[in-house]
Design a protein around this ligand. Structure first.
Ligand code: NAD
Length: 696
């Protein structure tokens, strides 16, 4: 199939990019564009050229399949394609509908004229991959829309509708309706009027006080985008556009682009981009696995999680029915949901009418019989296996054949839960994170007997409700909580040995974690971990953890909800205030337990806590609980506030080198004599084989 469709209409050559889904500018497509433009130069019947895409996509930019391959830089490079267009002796008009992003927009900027549908979406999103536009975007765009607008647009990377640029020189005309016909008529008029071959590069940037503005921009990005080198390079490229001749500016842009390609930050962000797309690929579940229709969802329990989970479905128009043990609990749940939506109404993000429509999709009940017609049920009752058992036995009794039964358990054995039913093939874990209507991550827990069809159905549904689903096997804590437990455990031991909660939080926040471990526990509620530990201690009496974490729970310090936890909180405030009482309690604890306090550096804190994540992550991979290393990283990026510019714990391990990781783990093992610090076998094997974790 040709990647470019060419036809001559009324002396105009119409070049339609034809590489679905988004006309990614791969090598073959680039070559065919150059061929078509060159052909048009020599055909006397062609008076002008229109380049367009589909109504969904002019072009989404670079072909992501070519990323990191020789094809991405092979000639004709996009810069060459643009040069060819710009040098055309006949006018070239970009006719833009749908998405026009990255290289797609740079291609359009190389044309002599641009016409667009008002709703076409324009973006230069390279910053989201730790890069700057690399095919003239930083040099041409400010010539069309002005320096300040271009800088903000490139720094945000977000799409804007074409109509937003109507005050600028970027778009020459807007068309709706019979778009292509109008674009061709426009091209004919350009010829008839003998309009000039307008090259963006020839436009002059007139920006008198640019030094002041550029300095202001540098200061701002240094504060708000400190770990991201691309942000500063956008300003530098803009400076080049203002101060240098066009060709030299283009060289500068290219230099910055290549330099950024080799930064760990961009490597991490490009890795995360692909990792995010990979989560839905499951080795033994082909894409064409049949899925079941989900038209109505049941939720058991209207507490914190149940009410948040329900919102995900009504947001996309799926009716839900919520079951509870008492009417008062149902009322509380509905009140929680309503309050949540009402805050969106107050902020103007949701209309009162939409609020009413969404609430109308919720039915409530105390009667299991009402769940008969439901296609999927998600249980979110207390974290107690006996309670789960009674719920699943009831569900098994009433639910129709083929319905899917999911549990939102955080720690319980999904295989045991499936065993309470006569249909383990239809049972799985759907582990939402709190707040369930906000958090992007959803762990899909595949039980021993869960059918492929059930997994495929839930993966699809997860995408519909805009979650990032990550499949994992059954183990205590699944991927995320199993790792975080080790991390919190180490943070607890560091406290006992001499650190304070605020020192540990600050150290990890300086590493880039959105929130340090103690602020995180105060937010989630310290009572949750306390209850889990009590349960675990029955099964594992020798469980290792810092007993000081129990001390604060026994003092009623559950976190933000009680106004006191690891920190103090003013009523109604979320700001964590260091509390001298905690220091006094810690000192007493050390005396009571004969612990000699020592000075602990921030570097040591970071290494202990992050290496704990790496080691446990490798064990999870080794055991086949996670399908691939990048799934583990995605769990940490989307659910636990791991810094995006580090790509996740396992990508970070590769970046610092496995030799360094294994050596440190061995050091920790000698220091603590704790088996946990023995480097995971996978780490040792990969080190010997000179492999990396995330590219295996
Ligand atoms: P919650 O205490 O806020 O809510 C539980 C609700 O279940 C209560 O409203 C209770 O009345 C109801 N309930 C109890 N027994 C019931 C029964 N037999 N039938 C119907 N309803 C019943 O608890 P939560 O925080 O929403 O947690 C619910 C589940 O989600 C637990 O399994 C928990 O481990 C898991 N989870 C919690 C979080 C979190 O951060 N809170 C995160 C992920 C998963």
């Amino acid at each position: 199939m040709p990647l470019v469709l060419s036809e001559i209409r009324d002396s105009i050559l119409l070049i339609t990019l034809n590489s679905p889904p988004v006309n990614g500018l791969g090598l073959d497509l680039r070559q065919q564009i150059v061929d078509a433009i060159s052909y048009a130069q020599n055909d006397p019947h062609i008076l002008a050229i229109v380049i367009t895409g589909s109504d969904k996509a002019y072009s989404g930019g670079a072909d992501i399949k070519e990323f990191g391959t020789i094809k991405a830089v092979a000639e004709p490079h996009l810069l060459t394609v643009i040069k060819t267009i710009e040098a055309s002796k006949k006018p070239v008009i970009a006719a833009i509908q749908g998405v026009c992003m990255g290289g797609g927009l740079e291609l359009a900027l190389g044309c002599h004229y641009r016409v667009a549908h008002p709703k076409a979406l324009l973006a230069l999103p390279e910053i989201k991959l730790g890069l700057i536009p690399g095919a003239g975007g930083t040099q041409r765009l400010p010539r069309m829309i002005g320096v300040e607008k271009a800088l903000n647009f490139i720094l945000s990377g977000d799409p804007l509708p074409a109509i937003d640029f109507k005050e600028s020189a970027l778009i020459d005309a807007y068309f709706e309706g019979s778009f292509i016909e109008q674009a061709i008529a426009y091209a004919k008029q350009v010829v008839l009027d003998r309009k000039p071959l307008k090259r963006v590069r020839d436009s002059h940037i007139d920006y008198p006080n640019h030094e002041g503005f550029l300095q202001f921009s540098r200061n701002t990005v240094k504060t708000v985008a400190a770990p991201y080198p691309a942000a500063l390079r956008v300003v530098d490229a803009m400076s080049a556009a203002i101060t240098l001749p066009f060709e030299q500016g283009l060289i500068k842009e290219r230099e910055y682009f290549m330099e950024l390609m080799n930064t760990p930050v961009s490597r991490a962000m490009r890795y995360a981009f692909f990792a995010q797309r990979a989560t839905t690929k499951i080795a033994d579940i082909p894409k064409d696995t049949p899925v079941r229709a989900i038209q109505k969802v049941g939720i058991i329990g209207a507490g914190t999680m149940g009410s948040g989970i329900a919102m995900n479905f009504i947001n996309i128009g799926l009716p839900v029915i919520i079951l509870e043990t008492a009417q008062a609990k149902l009322d509380q749940g509905i009140a929680l949901i309503t309050a949540n939506y009402q805050s969106s109404v107050k902020k103007g993000k949701l209309s009162p009418q939409k609020l009413a429509e969404r609430l109308a999709l919720i039915e409530t009940t105390l009667d299991y019989e009402k769940l008969k017609d439901v296609d999927l049920v998600i249980e979110a009752v207390f974290e107690d296996l006996r309670v789960k058992e009674s719920v699943f036995r009831e569900l098994d009794r009433v639910m129709k054949t083929g319905a899917i039964l999911a549990s939102n358990t955080s720690t319980l054995d999904v295989n045991k839960i499936a065993g309470f039913t006569n249909r383990p093939q239809d049972v799985l874990g759907m582990h939402f994170f709190s707040p369930a209507n906000v958090m992007q991550l959803l762990e899909i827990v595949r039980g021993e007997h869960t059918s492929k069809e059930v997994i495929a159905t839930v993966m699809k549904l997860a995408q519909l409700i805009k979650k990032t689903p990550v499949v994992c096997g059954v183990c205590d804590g699944f991927i995320g909580n199993r790792m975080v437990e080790k991390y919190l455990c180490i943070a607890g031991f560091l406290l006992e040995q001499g650190a304070t909660p605020w020192q540990i939080d600050q150290a990890l926040e300086s590493f880039g974690m959105v929130m340090g471990p103690f602020r995180m526990c105060d937010l989630a509620g310290n009572d949750i971990g306390y209850a889990i530990r009590k349960r675990r201690l029955i099964e594992q009496p020798n469980l290792k953890y810092s007993k000081f974490t129990d001390v604060i729970c026994e003092a009623g310090r559950f976190g933000q909800k009680t106004g006191k936890g690891w920190y103090l909180y003013e009523p109604g405030q979320r700001q964590a205030i260091p509390d001298p009482e905690i220091e006094a309690m810690l000192m007493q604890f050390r005396v009571d337990n004969g612990i000699q306090s020592r000075i602990i550096s921030n570097q040591e804190i970071i290494e202990f806590c992050i290496y704990a994540l790496i080691n446990e992550g490798c064990r999870i991979l080794e055991e086949g609980i996670a399908q691939r290393a990048s799934d583990i990283d995605i769990v940490y990026l989307t659910g636990y506030g791991f810094p995006p510019y580090r790509g996740g714990p396992l990508k970070y391990a590769d970046e610092i080198g496995l030799y360094q990781v294994v050596q440190k783990l061995e050091q920790f093992y000698h220091l603590t004599q704790d088996e946990f610090w023995q480097p995971a076998k996978l780490l040792q094997d990969y080190l010997l084989q000179a492999r990396t974790i995330t590219s295996s």
